[in-house]
Design a protein around this ligand. Structure first.
Ligand SMILES: [Zn+2]
Length: 275
């Protein structure tokens, strides 16, 4: 069994997970005639319709994964609990509610528990791109769109960062860690950030997400702060505030608060008091 899905220690999949899966699945299936099935049955008609087609590539836009075939696409969103399980061929029997199984020459991938798994046309893809903000992992993404989106919002920066139309791909963990690295209070109105602050936050997203793709987990500490390579960091050594009792930098207790239904973690002493 290969390593699979999202890093359980970090909770739900964020953009780095989806980009990493896109990279892996492209490597494993590119230009192969893949077998598609839906062992659970909920994607049966669609899987049959595309079964045997040539898999051209997988790519990610924020937290959305797209498989491109000659005639059509499949759009996948993992949501809170979705995951992939990869195996070498021959694949064992499906375990759990497998929505989609993709079988190539050497690998098989099972998709379990996604919030979305659907056929997608070119038009659907255009519409998806139109409603998402810039993806920091896309080298062509435009930081000016992020700066503009913040300027138009009075909501707290902690809310804006999770809005996929502001920036595509962030989740709860990156939100907390980016704000902590910027030493910014999460309740700062988004339109109060200076252009320089917004640009530097976007640059930090690019760096952190790229590390996330490379190591397949969220790591937000600086290399200078740890005495081992990133690949050998243990759980509890990779983050500064999220999920911690105490801030990794200053050892103050980490504050937790519900912000629009999502758990926000921040350090009062590094980032300032409450609202
Ligand atoms: Zn602190």
């Amino acid at each position: 069994m290969l390593p699979f899905g999202h890093p359980r220690t970090n909770g739900m999949p964020e953009g780095h997970t989806v980009h990493r899966r896109a990279r892996d699945h492209t490597k494993w299936f590119r230009d192969q005639s893949v077998r598609l099935s839906s062992p659970q049955g909920r994607f049966d008609d669609e899987a049959r319709a595309l079964d045997g087609e040539s898999f051209r590539e997988a790519f990610a836009i924020g937290k959305h994964l797209i498989y491109r075939f000659d005639r059509d696409h499949i759009h996948i969103h993992l949501g809170l609990f979705g995951k992939f399980r990869a195996q070498k061929i021959p694949a064992g029997d499906p375990r759990g509610a497998v929505r989609l199984r993709v079988v190539g020459r050497d690998r098989a991938v099972d998709l379990i528990g996604p919030i979305k798994c659907e056929r997608f046309t070119d038009v659907d893809l255009v519409l998806l791109r139109a409603r998402l903000g810039p993806d920091p992992l896309d080298p062509r993404s435009d930081v000016a769109l992020f700066v503009d989106a913040l300027r138009r919002r009075r909501s707290p920066i902690g809310v804006a960062l999770l809005d996929q139309s502001v920036v595509a791909g962030l989740g709860n963990v990156y939100r907390a860690e980016l704000l902590h690295r910027a030493q910014m209070n999460p309740f700062t109105p988004a339109n109060q950030l200076t252009t320089r602050q917004a640009e530097s936050m976007f640059a930090d997203m690019r760096d952190l997400l790229a590390i996330g793709v490379k190591y397949d987990r969220i790591i937000t500490v600086d290399r200078s702060e740890v005495d081992r390579p990133f690949s050998r960091l243990r759980r509890g050594e990779r983050l500064n505030v999220y999920g911690r009792a105490r801030c990794r930098r200053c050892d103050s207790p980490v504050r937790r608060e519900d912000l629009q239904g999502r758990n926000l973690h921040w350090c009062v002493s590094c980032q300032g008091g409450s609202r």
